[in-house]
Design a protein around this ligand. Structure first.
Ligand SMILES: [Zn+2]
Ligand SMILES: [Zn+2]
Length: 137
């Protein structure tokens, strides 16, 4: 748990027992997960506490939310450069139409998008759909 505790402290999050359990669960995931996935995958959680932990993580730049077009919000751990001041990793997300899993592609950055005058960006997201490397085989 030591590494997990440090990871929370680095993001200025108080490492409560519940938050450590949630983080421990998140680091074991290989794809983005919904609140329901997390709830089912963890023992002794209730949705409210879980949701609060995720909100805190999101506000402190530890996780980010992903809208993958399925209508269910999913969450994944952020890259180290996200902080309480904001999310800075603009990577592409990939939704596999076969296994229906959503993956972060941290090495695939979203290209700069030019906006017409008068428009102000708040966030940018880019979702690519197709077959993931495991399903492509
Ligand atoms: Zn797949
Ligand atoms: Zn991501």
């Amino acid at each position: 748990m030591k590494g997990l505790e440090r990871r929370l402290l680095e993001k200025q999050i108080n490492p409560t027992a519940m938050r450590l359990v949630v983080l421990d669960h998140l680091v074991k995931q290989t794809n983005a997960v919904s609140l329901t996935d997390m709830e089912l995958g963890m023992e002794k959680t209730d949705r409210v506490t879980l949701y609060r932990s995720i909100r805190t993580f999101e506000e402190h730049g530890l996780v980010h939310r992903i809208e993958d077009g399925t209508g269910v919000t999913k969450f994944a751990l952020c890259q180290p450069d996200c902080t309480i001041d904001g999310h800075h990793d603009l990577h592409v997300h990939f939704y596999c139409i076969n296994c229906q899993e959503t993956h972060c592609l941290p090495k695939t950055q979203i290209p700069e998008v030019k906006l017409p005058g008068g428009y102000e960006r708040q966030e940018t997201s880019l979702l690519v759909k197709g077959l993931c490397s495991a399903c492509k085989k």
